[in-house]
Design a protein around this ligand. Structure first.
Ligand SMILES: [Zn+2]
Length: 334
């Protein structure tokens, strides 16, 4: 049966660390001899029902302790790709946070090679093409981001781009100007989280100072009509994550989410899952939820899916992009 939410799509805003389900967390903890402060998966599942950003971040970083070896990262990514494929994802651009792992003593090469192994066999195993994007933690100093960028030189063949994530307010994009210049010189594509909790000015900075090609979230751009006009004119993609916005209280309830208004304004928006193990759903479930809450039509869903492929870093394979877009058009809804 062709469920509307399972139409072919690309996922462009997905943190691989945010796909760690309680069952896998316990399995890896046992394998690696890591003690988790939870009795069982049930108790951990309860902890996933956090109420605010800080308790989410505390849990998020605490659970990363179970990820130690390249095999752990391969298993994590493989589990995500299998789930995503079952929900219609045909192309995934996966974020990871190298600093969250190197700070725990896991070498960057272990992380990249473990993830790359899963990503590079994903087309054969799951019918999903992939790209890997390394994100800098913006609440750490720019020097740390620069060192991280330098440290991945031996692994550049696996990495398509750079991004910027974690606590936004107080850490404007301009802090990372030199890092993004250096990333550009290394041939990397550029995205950044901006305008999730930070002001519209951060979205402008991400575009003008960092030269990003896509803005992750960008919700608060809606407060600035001139900025909206520019984003429409320049067709800058905004990778929205509606379930994440509700869980982290950027919007109160899904019915209040500006997704519909952003589509009506002519913005190039996509729908994504962010940290799906923590925020109540993968991208298919997210499509389902926004469709119900905002009354999206099949044509709206098709437009979101087309946007996702148009915004994807597929410039090196336009034939593939065209094939994916044709799949969207050919998808029939039951
Ligand atoms: Zn994110």
């Amino acid at each position: 049966m062709n469920l509307p939410e399972n139409l072919p799509k690309a996922e462009l805003h997905l943190h691989i660390e945010g796909t760690l389900e309680p069952e896998l967390a316990f399995a890896l903890a046992a394998r690696n001899g890591v003690d988790l402060p939870f009795a069982d998966t049930h108790e951990l599942r309860e902890a996933y029902r956090f109420g605010d950003l800080q308790s989410f971040l505390d849990l998020y970083y605490a659970l990363m302790a179970v990820l130690r070896t390249a095999d752990d990262f391969t298993e994590l990514a493989d589990a995500y790709l299998a789930r995503a494929a079952a929900q219609g994802v045909r192309h995934a651009e996966v974020f990871f946070d190298p600093q969250a792992h190197t700070a725990r003593g896991v070498p960057v090469g272990t992380v990249v090679e473990g993830l790359a192994r899963a990503l590079e066999r994903a087309e054969e195993r799951h019918g999903v093409t992939t790209r890997l994007i390394m994100c800098f933690l913006r609440d750490l100093p720019a020097e740390s981001a620069m060192e991280t960028l330098e440290s991945v030189r031996p692994y550049l063949r696996h990495i398509t781009g750079v991004g910027l994530d974690s606590a936004e307010v107080g850490h404007p994009p301009a802090k990372f100007r030199e890092v993004y210049e250096a990333a550009g010189a290394m041939g990397l594509r550029k995205v950044a989280h901006a305008g999730e909790e930070g002001p519209p000015a951060y979205v402008r900075e991400a575009l003008d100072v960092l030269g990003v090609e896509r803005v992750d979230h960008g919700l608060r751009a809606m407060e600035d009509p001139e900025l909206v006009e520019r984003l429409v004119r320049e067709r800058v993609p905004l990778t929205l994550c509606p379930l994440s916005n509700v869980r982290l209280r950027a919007v109160d309830v899904l019915e209040d989410h500006p997704l519909r208004a952003m589509m009506d304004a002519g913005l190039m928006v996509t729908v994504n899952s962010d940290d799906p193990a923590y925020f109540g759903g993968y991208v298919g479930e997210t499509f389902h939820a926004v469709r119900e809450a905002l009354g999206l039509t099949p044509d709206d869903l098709r437009r979101l899916a087309r946007n996702s492929f148009e915004a994807a870093f597929l410039d090196d394979d336009e034939a593939l992009r065209a094939r994916y877009l044709a799949e969207v058009d050919a998808y029939t809804f039951d």
